[in-house]
Design a protein around this ligand. Structure first.
Ligand code: SF4
Length: 356
């Protein structure tokens, strides 16, 4: 369930409320787990204390039912030790780390489909202090090191229940050579505005053309609401904002009918929301899928209008032989040059970090 809540500067923000909360014995022993539990209790959510550290009982009769139960469940757990061994995440950042796994939104193109095992329950990590303490092992001494925290979740979408994103921002605010990057499709940023971030965090929002947002991004804040949240984070402190470095991730870019019109209109809305100087970057990511993600998405969203027709795509193979389907070269080039030009004419100072 997503409820609206009044915030200081906007009329409402979108807050996801799960229908059940599970907590494992190991997570209960963590002070951060107790802090999450307190937040959950403030929303009067029903909590079940599990007897073992395994999350079970979320499988339904079929994939669709499993999806439905899992997506309405929050599990407070400890991150497994394997997550303390960080992996690189090019081109977004040097390293990825995780404060949760699973996402409350319902995007019909979801990047997580097929890449995470088990029911898509939202697991939030109670051992956050240990996760943060581990990061310094990955900082380079001679140059800045960037860390991405949004690979397996939407950290802002669960922030009202965890406080974990704010804790990460505070932690990076104390580092000299490490920076944090996060991205979201939600909009509840009140609790982030006054944090001592010391310019070590870049807050990004994922946005898309109106038809993609309207038909394929269930359970999220609208693009305009995300842009208002971005505006508030980017505004200087003296104007009541957070004074953060910010970014826009246009993703997944889709060659939908009349895409030139829709992406122009999106860029017009960006110009209106960001009508002041700020440190802004863009990341441009085209739509792609794998045989596995297609199978999972079609079981989760059997009536989706998302085009997953392989015959209209090029195959791209990774070094392990895995296949993904991307737009054909000509379409890709048309999308790239058109959207890049829309951005550079409106935001000549902004950097386009990558196109993929
Ligand atoms: Fe998946 Fe990202 Fe949408 Fe969450 S916000 S459902 S992770 S695509």
């Amino acid at each position: 369930m997503v409820v609206s809540q009044s915030s200081k500067a906007s009329s409402k923000t979108h807050l996801w409320l799960p229908e059940q909360v599970l907590i494992t014995p190991a997570a209960r022993e963590e002070a951060w787990g107790q802090q999450i539990l307190e937040r959950v209790r403030k929303f009067n959510l029903p909590v079940t204390e599990l007897k073992s550290n395994r999350i079970t009982g979320l499988r339904g009769e079929n994939e669709r039912e499993t999806y439905s139960v899992a997506k309405r469940t929050l599990a407070i757990v400890n991150a497994p030790p394997s997550q303390l061994k960080l992996k690189p995440i090019p081109p977004s950042a040097d390293w990825q780390f995780h404060l949760a796994q699973g996402c409350p939104a319902h995007c019909q193109y979801c990047y997580l489909a097929g890449s995470l095992s088990g029911p898509p329950v939202v697991k939030v990590y109670a051992n956050l202090p240990q996760i943060l303490a581990n990061l310094s092992n990955y900082e380079r001494q001679n140059r800045e090191t960037s860390f991405e925290v949004s690979c397996y979740t939407d950290p802002l979408g669960i922030e009202h229940l965890t406080g974990s994103l704010a804790e990460c921002i505070r932690y990076f605010g104390t580092r000299k050579r490490a920076t944090l990057r996060w991205v979201s499709k939600f909009d509840a940023v009140d609790e982030l505005l006054d944090l001592p971030h010391n310019n070590r965090t870049r807050c990004r929002f994922s946005i898309n053309a109106a038809p993609v947002n309207r038909y394929l991004e269930g359970g999220t804040a609208s693009v305009d609401e995300r842009l208002q949240a971005l505006r508030r984070l980017a505004l200087p402190k003296e104007r009541g904002g957070g004074g953060y470095r910010v970014g826009l991730v246009i993703a997944p870019i889709m060659a939908i009918d009349n895409w030139q019109h829709h992406y122009t209109e999106l860029c017009d809305r960006l110009s209106k929301a960001l009508d002041f100087d700020c440190d802004l970057t863009f990341e441009l990511i085209t739509h792609r899928f794998t045989p596995k993600s297609k199978e999972v998405l079609q079981s989760w969203y059997p009536n989706s209008k998302l085009n997953l027709n392989e015959s209209e795509r090029s195959q791209k193979r990774n070094k392990f032989g895995g296949v993904k389907y991307v737009y054909e070269k000509e379409t890709m080039e048309q999308l790239r040059s058109f959207i890049a030009e829309q951005i550079t004419t409106r935001f000549p100072q902004a950097k386009i970090l990558y196109w993929t």
